[in-house]
Design a protein around this ligand. Structure first.
Ligand code: 4H3
Length: 173
């Protein structure tokens, strides 16, 4: 099949002023991107993203330029570009000054290790469905407790893998 030539890819990499930024090749062979890795990348000097098409890069340039392979999940795309945009968006939303980034990041899914609790807004009743009374009670302690319980229940039911990891982590402190 078609493979991108190592000399051409190396010349491209060598023409970039990359300082100490890691070279990341979006590839289904890579370690799956996690929020922990996203957080690390967001606190670093930046990244250089390499996107393949066809059968991707020649193995030798991956070795010679110490390219890290990262996957966004277990599926195949026609090219790495959309995967690169996924990584970019995940990282950029954590940068200081990006809209909403200081408000509630640590209470979101994966930062806590739990899935996010359900959200509600106006109107209080919509198509016969009501917002849970506790959320309108003004009792912040009760609201926090309800959210915590919903997060744990959702995680247990939908993501037993995350739930097991969460419990493991809690036991160790
Ligand atoms: C990344 C890239 C899936 C992912 C990708 C992923 C095409 C890489 C080609 C391109 C190679 C085949 N598919 N899961 N596809 O992150 O250049 O691997």
């Amino acid at each position: 099949g078609m493979v991108l030539r190592p000399d051409v890819v190396a010349a491209t990499i060598d023409a970039v002023d990359r300082e100490d930024r890691p070279l990341i090749y979006l590839s289904p062979r890579g370690k799956t991107l996690t929020q922990a890795r996203v957080r690390e990348l967001s606190s670093g000097p930046g990244v250089i993203l390499i996107c393949g098409r066809f059968e991707g890069l020649d193995e030798r340039v991956i070795e010679a330029r110490d390219i890290e392979e990262v996957s966004i999940g277990d599926y195949i795309l026609a090219g790495g570009e959309v995967a690169a945009m996924v990584l970019l968006e995940a990282v950029v939303r954590l940068l200081p000054g990006v809209a909403g980034n200081d408000l509630s990041l640590e209470e979101e899914s994966f930062e806590s290790g739990l899935l996010e609790y359900p959200h509600y807004t106006r109107p209080r009743v919509w198509e016969g469905r009501t917002t849970p009374d506790v959320l309108l009670s003004g009792d912040h302690g009760a609201v926090d407790k309800w959210r915590r319980e919903k997060s744990e229940e959702l995680t247990r039911i939908r993501r037993p893998d995350l739930w097991d990891a969460f419990k493991e982590h809690k036991e160790q402190g």
